[in-house]
Design a protein around this ligand. Sequence first.
Ligand SMILES: Nc1ncnc2c1ncn2[C@@H]1O[C@H](COP(=O)(O)OP(=O)(O)O)[C@@H](O)[C@H]1O
Ligand SMILES: [Mg+2]
Length: 236
Amino acid sequence: MNAIIEFKNVTKEYVTGKHVLKAVNKLNFEINEGEFVVILGPSGSGKSTLLNLLGGLDSVSSGDIIINNKNIANFNDNELTKFRANEVGFIFQFYNLIPSLTVYENIDLISELIDDDIDVDYALNQVGLLDHSNQFPSELSGGEQQRVSIARAVIKKPTLLLCDEPTGALDSKTGYNVIKILHDLSLVNNTTVVVVTHNEKIAEIANKIIYLNDGIIEDVKIIDNPKTPEEVDWKF
Ligand SMILES: Nc1ncnc2c1ncn2[C@@H]1O[C@H](COP(=O)(O)OP(=O)(O)O)[C@@H](O)[C@H]1O
Ligand SMILES: [Mg+2]
């Protein structure tokens, strides 16, 4: 397998007044193409910082982030914007849909940002929401809104699908459906998926688990034969 992502000594500092906080400190790890990776760690351990650096939403204080043989730590703003638009799909805890646009329009919006043509109906079908095209976000359940945000993320066929606590606002049954869709997409499209969570159940389906604590990687576990979502005892 090819490592498509490599973090080399990645540090991110936040300076407030005289205080310097290392949100992540000398991170080193690799992610292979098509892997389903889970980042586990308590609140404040640096999970979102790691994900935002990986997705080019934030810049490193030091270190290198190699993605597809390019060091995005050296990218200027223009290059980063292009990278985010074309290569990265983001999924957040609170969906970030535009309330005044329909489901279809929320996804179609992406076509203005990227170079490839997109097929909104294909993406909606992948998340089982073809029948909801003309509804507004407020008319959908939380789980359905998250599925719209997944469709919006995958429509650009991203190299990387980055998910920050994607089930954090959902009950466990609905969360399972969302995780199952993410897992299916990683298999069907061979998309590399990175999920940040503090739910250890989700880690049971990962090919790789990165344990973060206090901004430091405590352990990286590689699982050769992870469970399928159906095999996990989600306890709902
Ligand atoms: N913009 C910021 N300014 C200052 N400190 C920040 C900022 N973002 C995050 N931090 C700090 O960095 C640490 C890691 O935060 P974060 O990556 O959000 O953790 P997690 O996602 O694991 O909860 C925390 O101590 C947090 O307070
Ligand atoms: Mg976070």
